[in-house]
Write a protein that binds this ligand. Structure first.
Ligand code: RIB
Ligand code: CA
Length: 316
C-alpha cells in the first residue's frame, strides 16, 4: 500500500480551484493536511468562504483546516479576475459553511507542517505565490524540507491570459514568483499553455458530467457556468478550462503526465508590458546565462481523457 500523499493546497478559491480541492478531498490516498488562502481571483474573504463551502459540499466539513494567508501581493496591486464571476462561483450565492477558518496564519501553518514533517509534505500552489514566498522568507529551510512543490502558473513562452505577456497567478505577484523559483524548491510547473493544450474539457465532456446528475455534478455545472460562457466569448468554444484541477490531477496521478522537460524558469517583475512573464528555457542554452541550472520540471503534455475521467469519478 503506497504511503498517503500528505498535501497542502494554497488556493485563491474560485472556479477550477474548487474542482482541484474536490479531487484532493475525494481521491483515495490523500492525507489533506491544510488549505491555505492566498490573494487572487476574487475578494479574499469570499475565497475563504468558497473553500470552506467546497470542503462541506464534498462531505468533508471540519476534516481539513483552512488557514488565511496574505490578502495582498508582496508588491503588486491586487485586482479581481472576473473570469469566475464576482463571487468566484458563477454568482451561485452558496450559503456559508459551518466550518470557520483556523485562527493560525497560513504562512505559520505552512512552515510548521513542512518543518515538522521533513520530506513528507507536498504543496500544490494554485494561486499567486505570495504565501509560498513569505513562508520561504520566514524559514528558508522549507525549500529543502518540502517533498515537492507543484505550481500552476505562467505560460510556456506563449500568450498570457491576463495580459499578452502574463498568466494571472504570476501577474498578480511576480516578486513572489521570482523568490520561489530562486529558492531551490523541487518544482513541477503546470502552465496556462498546458491548460489550453491538455486541460480544457470540450462540450461533450461537460455534458457527460452534467448527465451524472449528482449533487457534485450540479455543483460543477453551477460553478463552471460563467467561465464556460467567458470561454465561448473568448475562444469561440464552450470549453471548461482547468488549470488548477489538471495540476492537482497530475500531482495525484503522475501517469497523466505524457511529456515534460527540465528547464530554467524566471519571472519578470519590472517590465511595463512584460510584468509577470515567465521566462522558460533549457539550461545552458542561452549565451547570457550559460551556467544557470534547471530549477523546474515543466509539464508539456498531459492526458486530457485521463484527467476528465478522474474529475468525473469524484463528481459521482
Ligand atoms: O491563470 C490561471 C489561474 O488563475 C488559476 O489558478 C485559476 O484560478 C485562474 O483564476
Ligand atoms: Ca487558482
Amino acid at each position: 500500500m503506497p504511503a498517503a500523499t500528505r498535501l497542502i493546497i494554497d488556493t485563491d478559491t474560485a472556479g477550477d480551484d474548487a474542482f482541484s480541492l474536490l479531487l484532493a478531498l475525494r481521491t483515495p490516498g490523500v492525507r489533506f493536511e491544510a488549505v491555505t488562502i492566498c490573494n487572487g481571483n476574487v475578494d479574499f474573504n469570499q475565497q475563504a468562504e468558497n473553500a470552506l463551502y467546497t470542503i462541506e459540499v464534498a462531505g468533508r466539513g471540519g476534516d481539513v483546516p483552512v488557514y488565511l494567508g496574505s490578502a495582498r501581493p508582496i508588491m503588486g496591486r491586487w485586482q479581481a479576475a472576473e473570469f469566475h464571476g464576482t463571487d468566484g462561483m458563477s454568482e451561485a450565492g452558496f450559503p456559508k459553511a459551518a466550518q470557520r477558518p483556523h485562527p493560525r496564519h497560513a504562512v505559520d501553518a505552512i512552515v510548521d507542517l513542512v518543518m515538522r514533517n521533513p520530506g513528507q509534505i507536498t504543496i500544490l500552489a494554485q494561486a499567486p505565490l505570495t504565501n509560498i514566498a513569505l513562508a520561504y522568507l520566514m524559514e528558508p529551510r522549507i525549500a529543502a524540507a518540502v517533498k515537492h512543490l507543484w505550481i500552476m502558473g505562467g505560460t510556456d513562452n506563449d500568450v498570457g491570459n491576463i495580459t499578452p505577456a502574463a498568466e494571472f497567478n504570476f501577474f498578480i505577484d511576480p516578486e513572489a514568483a521570482k523568490i520561489v523559483f530562486d529558492a531551490g524548491f523541487p518544482i513541477t510547473l503546470s502552465t496556462w499553455t498546458l491548460t489550453l493544450k491538455s486541460g480544457s474539457l470540450a462540450a461533450d465532456d461537460v455534458a457527460r458530467i452534467a448527465a451524472l446528475d449528482t449533487p457534485l455534478s450540479r455543483f460543477f455545472m453551477t460553478v463552471s457556468r460563467v467561465p464556460r460562457e467567458r470561454a465561448l466569448a473568448r475562444y469561440g468554444a464552450a470549453i471548461s478550462t482547468h488549470p488548477d484541477s489538471l495540476t492537482c490531477a497530475c500531482l495525484l496521478n503522475e501517469g497523466l503526465i505524457l511529456e515534460s522537460a527540465d528547464a530554467v524558469v524566471d519571472v519578470e517583475a519590472a517590465g511595463e508590458l512584460t510584468r509577470g512573464l515567465s521566462s522558460i528555457y533549457p539550461p545552458r542554452l542561452v549565451e547570457r546565462w550559460p551556467d544557470r541550472d534547471a530549477n523546474a520540471r515543466i509539464i508539456r503534455t498531459a492526458d486530457t481523457r485521463g484527467f476528465a475521467d478522474m474529475l468525473a469519478a469524484v463528481l459521482k
